[in-house]
Design a protein around this ligand. Structure first.
Ligand code: ZN
Length: 237
């Protein structure tokens, strides 16, 4: 189901149940104050979520051809798998964290003996990103009204996107929704380095501007007090 989280910001609920359920988000900057005037999709689900992405975009009056850009929080199949199937209708730029793009394009070599490194060495061959303009992002880089924050740990090039006009942070797999209505860290087996991830949570809580909507990759997004929930998690770690 698609759900409006605030003016111009929608949650696209993809998949049936965790861990196969993931979130994508649609942001229409033309409906927001501040920088940017594009229609952006943040993350794209697994490849078999693509009919749902289309359906949920359609339910709020858009299609893949209307998207001006796709922003990826990180290169994992449950966040990027659906992208290939939105092409060629979607033909815009794709923003992705620089270190994940290096990994994906073979300039960085994740450890073979690491469970996720091995997984990425296989998945980058089998599931490359489509032949579109790939824009590497680092800390502080902007796309329209989105600002990227480099938050390694889950993946080396994981980024969080803050959007002031939407009062939202798109958190990917830096944090997940917790059982207590707050935030928690992802399952260790899904991440490169949990210590680095915890440092990224603390560092992000200290430097990201205020936001209400905490839009994470898995679980129910928070629509109020997102920054407080992030600080609370950083305090607990
Ligand atoms: Zn994920």
């Amino acid at each position: 189901m698609v759900r409006e989280l605030g003016d111009g910001v929608w949650l696209l609920e993809l998949g049936l149940f965790p861990p196969l359920a993931s979130n994508a988000y649609l942001v229409d900057e033309r409906r927001l104050a501040g920088d940017g005037d594009g229609l952006a999709l943040v993350d794209t689900g697994l490849w078999w979520n693509e009919p749902t992405v289309r359906e949920e975009l359609g339910a709020v009056g858009y299609g893949p051809a209307d998207l001006d850009c796709v922003l990826l929080t990180h290169y994992d199949l449950d966040h990027v798998g659906g992208l290939n199937r939105l092409v060629p209708e979607f033909d815009g730029p794709v923003a992705v964290g620089r270190d994940d793009l290096d990994l994906l394009e073979g300039r960085a070599h994740p450890a073979l003996m690491h469970h996720k490194g091995l997984f990425h060495r296989v998945s980058r061959r089998l599931f490359p990103l489509p032949d579109l303009t790939l824009e590497p992002l680092g800390e502080g880089d902007t796309v329209g009204g989105f600002t990227a924050y480099h938050t390694p740990g889950h993946n080396p090039g994981h980024v969080v996107y803050h959007h002031a006009g939407a009062s939202a942070a798109f958190l990917g797999d830096l944090v997940w929704a917790g059982d207590d209505g707050g935030l928690t860290t992802p399952f260790w087996g899904d991440s490169y380095d949990m210590a680095e991830l915890r440092e990224s949570v603390a560092g992000l809580a200290a430097r990201i501007p205020a936001f209400d909507v905490a839009a994470m990759g898995h679980g129910d997004p928070l629509v109020r007090g997102g920054d407080d929930a992030l600080s609370a998690l950083a305090g607990r770690l």
